[in-house]
Design a binder for this molecule. Structure first.
Ligand SMILES: [Zn+2]
Length: 98
């Protein structure tokens, strides 16, 4: 009969199965939507350069991709493709596109 190879599982700590990684509710992580550290940097840079909403001049809080990442993924981190928007204009914009 074949000899069974003993595998030592020392690389993982013994858990009781009760450990869950997401202890902060069930929010979908921003990384899952394509937003990562690089994006956070570009976004902060954009807000620093252009802190006001491009539509109404209110203090901007959101950075919007003029050309969508879905169709222009290579422009995701390009400042020229970004637009500062206030929350109101951003939701108006995203809500208007059906
Ligand atoms: Zn606005």
């Amino acid at each position: 009969m074949p000899k069974r190879i003993t595998v030592h599982r020392n690389n993982k700590p013994a858990t009781t199965g009760a450990v869950k990684h997401h202890n902060t509710e069930n929010r979908p992580g921003p990384r899952q939507r394509g937003y990562d550290t690089a994006w956070e940097k570009v976004r902060a840079m954009k807000l620093a350069q252009d802190p006001y909403c491009n539509r109404c001049g209110q203090p901007g809080v959101d950075v919007h991709h003029t050309k969508e990442i879905a169709t222009h993924p290579h422009l995701r981190l390009v400042l020229d493709n970004l637009e500062t928007l206030c929350h109101r204009c951003h939701s108006k914009h995203t809500g208007a596109t059906t």
